[in-house]
Design a protein around this ligand. Structure first.
Ligand SMILES: [Zn+2]
Length: 592
């Protein structure tokens, strides 16, 4: 297994592989691009052909060809191995353990697909699906759309699907693992389908695999106490927090329009899609998870949320907005007003209205302000107070200071108050809520100071790595940081400097450190002369730190000696102290 990973790495060039997903440009020794993992306008994503690694200096993502394919495609190691082996033209010899796990997942996907196809057949072709078909047609869903989404109907008698799957050779245990089936508590030896007597929406992930199901009861169902919708439980292949319904079909359009419309539930996704608005995906519930945001980020940085209208009061949603804002998403809100309860209804009754509202989607901040004004009114001091109480927590979460300042202005205008008092209220709010944050900052500052020596050494090593013969420059410095001493040691041992050779001879634990330093070295835009000056400056600064350290310890010694009264010894140490002090003075004079 391990050998095969190495074999694949040897056959593939990281530049070629990444270039397939993200177009790379050559810059000096490296290749660069705008980072696919975070939003940026100037490239800080660097790929090194020498070290066969990548690193983003913006968000910190880094790794080799395997981690790239995993992260970019959001797949696990085994899938990445498969994809890369294919690219390299290498046939994988599998260890039994991995192939066991892998084939279980594969079987679960197969079972899900068979199940979906079976239910789709029942819905479209079978007497048992007639009522369900009538219902879905009444909701204006065409047969073409039914097939595209593989919508189906699970008949009330579970035995039909279960026998069908068993006959196909799947085992009962495997059926349970899909999450769709369970062991009957009432009829011994029998299994049941948790989705029976429901309209079935297969949950297809962005890689076109059916990971689970969602089932809706029909309005004609006699037992209306049942939950309207049920979903697959979390399984080996179904993770609700990573799922966007419809992304398999919508992703191209999202990319093209640089916009994703996010709605709640299947019908709200299917209706716009069928009406030609294809850049739409659905989530379950009103909260977006970090995983979902990372996934959608690959296609766009603009979101329009078309969710339940009172979502602004929902804590989970506030958290989602915070997350999205941190990731630099631009968030807008689709407001359908009082007229229609959801996108599905709006589209079926007035498509033009829906499109118009989409075009007029407000930014999230405007929307929150407008909806709290609507809720509390601006006529009373109490109303204004409540508006501020709703708006300020959001304001605190805006990362961009320009947007924040604009928003303070807007709030003051809206509630007819002056800007200063709103800003004052905001400051009060921050003071009440940010104590913990400022404490953390203080701690960080202290740590930073202690690390001065380390930071200088790091910077020096970066500058040295840019040289053809870093060895000489490295020897000039009195190193104190163990990591750098080790790296310097390896460089000294190698006759002709080559990054690859250093990486090969380095303690694996230090490989990341070295890779980062080396990439940074070649990202430096300064001229050779400027770099040389910076090196001498660091040498001086470190010498200075060194001298100060020695003065400190000498004055400790003197204090101790004074207690003992050993005049002779004191005089000796004091002479030494004066010597160093002179040295330091000379050094500091040279600096200025
Ligand atoms: Zn990045």
């Amino acid at each position: 297994m391990e050998n095969q990973v190495e074999e694949i790495k040897k056959k593939l060039d990281i530049v070629e592989v990444i270039n397939k997903f993200v177009p790379l440009k050559k810059r000096g020794r490296h290749y660069v691009a705008c980072c696919p993992f975070h939003q940026e306008k100037t490239p800080s994503f660097v790929v090194s052909p020498e070290l066969q690694i990548y690193k983003c200096f913006g968000c910190g993502k880094a790794g080799d060809v395997f981690t790239f394919v995993q992260e970019y495609n959001r797949i696990d190691f085994k899938d990445a191995l498969e994809d890369l082996a294919k690219m390299a033209g290498i046939k994988l010899v599998r260890s039994t353990k991995i192939s066991g796990e892998e084939s279980i997942k594969k079987r679960l996907f197969e079972i899900n697909r068979e199940t979906a196809k079976f239910y789709n057949y029942i819905l479209l072709k079978h007497e048992l699906g007639k009522e369900a078909l009538e219902y879905i047609k009444k909701r204006n869903i065409s047969e073409e759309t039914i097939n595209k989404f593989l919508i189906g109907f699970a008949p009330p008698d579970s035995r039909l699907i279960i026998n069908y799957l068993l006959k196909k050779g799947y085992k009962t245990e495997e059926l349970y693992k899909t999450g769709s089936f369970g062991k009957s508590q009432y009829k011994q030896g029998q299994s049941y389908d948790r989705f029976s007597d429901r309209l079935i929406f297969p949950q297809i992930d962005f890689r076109d695999r059916i990971v689970g199901f969602s089932g809706r009861i029909l309005p004609s169902n006699k037992n209306q106490n049942l939950a309207k919708y049920i979903n697959s439980p979390e399984t080996e292949i179904y993770h609700k927090s990573q799922m966007f319904y419809g992304l398999n079909l919508a992703k191209e359009s999202i990319k093209k329009n640089n916009l994703a419309i996010i709605v709640e539930g299947e019908f709200d996704m299917i209706s716009p899609y069928q009406a030609g608005i294809e850049n739409v995906v659905a989530i379950k519930g009103t909260a977006l998870t970090e995983e979902q945001l990372q996934l959608i980020r690959r296609y766009t940085e603009t979101l329009i949320l078309g969710l339940d209208s009172d979502f602004a009061g929902n804590k989970a949603m506030i958290r989602s907005i915070e997350l999205a804002d941190k990731m630099d998403f631009e968030i807008k809100i689709l407001d359908l007003g009082e007229k229609y309860k959801d996108p599905d209804e709006a589209i079926n009754k007035d498509l033009d209205f829906f499109k118009k509202r989409l075009n007029e989607a407000e930014t999230i901040w405007d929307f929150i302000l407008a909806s709290s004004v609507k809720n509390y009114g601006i006529d009373s001091p109490r109303g204004k107070k409540l508006i501020l109480a709703t708006v300020l927590p959001f304001l605190a979460k805006i990362n961009n200071l320009v947007i924040r300042a604009d928003y303070i202005k807007k709030v003051s205008q809206t509630i007819d108050s002056d800007e200063e008092s709103v800003a004052e209220e905001f400051k009060k709010y921050l003071n009440q809520n940010k104590e913990s944050v400022s404490n953390l900052k203080k701690i960080n500052k202290i740590e930073e100071k202690g690390d001065m020596r380390e930071r200088l050494e790091e910077r020096y090593l970066i500058l040295a790595l840019r040289l053809q013969k870093p060895k000489i420059a490295i020897k000039l410095l009195k190193w104190k940081t163990l990591r750098f001493i080790k790296i310097g040691g390896v460089i000294e041992k190698i006759t002709k400097f080559e990054a690859k050779k250093v990486a090969e001879n380095l303690d694996p634990e230090l490989l990341d450190t070295f890779n980062n330093l080396y990439l940074k070295a070649f990202e430096d835009q300064n001229s050779a002369e400027e770099r040389r000056k910076e090196r001498s400056k660091i040498l001086r600064q470190i010498e200075e730190l060194e001298l100060k350290d020695r003065l400190k310890s000498l004055s400790d010694i003197i204090a101790n000696l004074e207690a003992s009264g050993d005049e002779k010894e004191i005089a000796k140490v004091e002479a030494n102290y004066a010597q160093i002090l002179t040295k330091l003075a000379i050094l500091q004079r040279a600096k200025s």
